[in-house]
Design a protein around this ligand. Structure first.
Ligand code: SF4
Length: 212
């Protein structure tokens, strides 16, 4: 049967939203980021010009185990296609996504990898589509309640827009899946929103020195 124009699409294990629904959810996700940018500025003022470690060292393979949600992956894909400066670097990012994807398992587990969005000491999507957990995590500082609230909002938006089957996964896994509109392996069984948050807090308390 022909799909209704603008209807949601099944995409592997998750249901991708229709364009208008996705645009609404991505705007709300953007709003959830705002307090974290404020928090980051305040922290930088307190730390002066001496951050705890070199800029974006936490995004390198030695430290980085960042996982993102489906909506955040869609926000990154959208930015990579729509922002001219990022579109010009799409081939370079795609190559890094593929090489990092080949080194990790298709799993929700925490895995170390070099972020394909890292360009030298710079995050390519800092202003446009930075994942909430990247904003909430700061070297040498516990995640604040503002950070946990933004993570909870991220989960709520994904539950509402994508359905409960979405998964937190490493950036190369989700970008490999969505960057070119291709489907991927179904991956691990769905984890519910509250259970997901409890798991993140537990993982964080078990290894506070490592990036989530
Ligand atoms: S998205 Fe940006 S901040 Fe997050 S891990 Fe990648 S380079 Fe680092």
């Amino acid at each position: 049967m022909a799909r209704k124009r603008g209807a949601a699409r099944d995409h592997g294990a998750v249901r991708l939203p229709a364009p208008e629904e996705a645009a609404r959810a991505l705007a709300l996700l953007d709003r959830a980021r705002a307090p974290l940018f404020r928090e980051m500025r305040q922290l930088a003022e307190r730390q002066g010009r001496r951050p705890a470690e070199p800029e974006h060292y936490c995004c390198t393979r030695a430290q980085n185990r960042m996982r993102i949600s489906t909506l955040e992956a869609l926000a990154i894909v959208q930015a990579l296609h729509r922002v001219p400066e990022l579109r010009a670097r799409l081939a370079e990012v795609r190559a890094r996504v593929q090489s990092e994807r080949a080194l990790i398992r298709d799993s929700e587990r925490l895995q170390n990898y070099e972020c394909p969005l890292l360009a030298g000491t710079r995050c390519l999507v800092h202003r446009t589509a930075k994942p909430i957990a990247c904003l909430a995590w700061n070297p040498g500082v516990e995640i604040s309640e503002t950070g946990w609230q933004a993570l909870a909002e991220r989960d709520r938006l994904n539950d509402k827009t994508i359905g409960k089957g979405w998964e937190l996964k490493a950036i190369p896994l989700l970008l490999a899946k969505y960057l070119d509109g291709a489907g991927g392996a179904a991956g691990a069984p769905p984890v519910g929103g509250g259970r997901r948050m409890r798991r993140q807090r537990r993982e964080r308390s078990e290894r506070p020195e490592r990036r989530i």
